[in-house]
Design a binder for this molecule. Structure first.
Ligand SMILES: CC(C)(COP(=O)(O)OP(=O)(O)OC[C@H]1O[C@@H](n2cnc3c(N)ncnc32)[C@H](O)[C@@H]1OP(=O)(O)O)[C@@H](O)C(=O)NCCC(=O)NCCS
Length: 150
C-alpha cells in the first residue's frame, strides 16, 4: 500500500519559497522565478497555498481570483509525494476557498500531453471546453482549456 503522509494546507509565505522553487524547477521546463512567487505574495488577486508534510513543502497551488472566476495559475507536487492525494487535496481546498470568495467558476490551461493533470482535473469536475493552438513553448504544444462550475 502507498505510504500516506498526512499533510496540512497553509497559505504560502516567503519562508516556503526556497522549497517551492526546488519543486518548481523539477516540474516545469520554464519555471517561475523567485521574483514571480514573491510578487504572488503581495498580489491582490492571488491565493497561494502550500501542502506541508511535517516542515517540508510537498506541493503548492497558485490561483488568481478575477471577478467571479478562480484561474489555476500554477500547481505542482514534489515527485516524491505524488499519487498520495496531495494535488487533489490542495485543489479541493482552493476551490472551497474560491466559493467562500464568491467565485462561480474555475478555469485553467493544461498541456494536451499532461494526462496526469488532465485526469486530476477531470476527477475534480473540470470539463475540456477549448484547445488553444500553440499556447505553450519549450516544448511547443497546444493547451486544453478546462472549466468547472462552482
Ligand atoms: C498533476 C499533479 C499536480 C498531481 O498531483 P498528485 O498529488 O500526484 O495528485 P493526486 O495524488 O491527488 O492524484 C489525483 C488524481 O490525478 C490523477 N493522476 C495523478 N498522477 C497521475 C499519473 N501519474 N498518471 C495518471 N493519473 C494521475 C489521477 O486521476 C489521480 O486520482 P487517483 O489517484 O484516484 O487515480 C502532479 O502530477 C504534478 O505536480 N505534476 C507536475 C506539474 C504539473 O503537471 N502540473 C499541472 C500543470 S497544468
Amino acid at each position: 500500500m502507498a505510504e500516506t503522509n498526512p499533510f496540512v494546507i497553509r497559505f504560502m509565505d516567503r519562508r516556503h519559497i526556497p522549497q517551492v522553487l526546488e519543486i518548481e524547477r523539477v516540474s516545469y521546463p520554464a519555471p517561475w522565478s523567485e521574483t514571480t512567487f514573491s510578487n504572488e505574495m503581495i498580489s491582490g488577486v492571488s491565493v497561494a497555498i502550500v501542502a506541508l508534510v511535517g516542515e517540508s513543502v510537498a506541493g503548492y497551488v497558485v490561483g488568481w481570483v478575477v471577478a467571479d472566476q478562480l484561474h489555476i495559475a500554477n500547481i505542482a507536487v514534489s515527485p516524491g509525494h505524488q499519487r498520495r492525494g496531495i494535488g487533489n487535496g490542495m485543489m479541493t481546498w482552493l476551490l472551497e476557498e474560491a466559493v467562500r470568495k464568491g467565485c462561480t467558476s474555475s478555469s485553467l490551461e493544461v498541456r494536451e500531453s499532461n494526462l496526469a493533470a488532465r485526469s486530476m482535473y477531470g476527477g475534480l469536475g473540470y470539463r475540456s471546453v477549448a484547445i488553444r493552438k500553440g499556447y505553450y513553448s519549450n516544448p511547443a504544444e497546444d493547451a486544453v482549456v478546462m472549466l468547472k462550475d462552482l
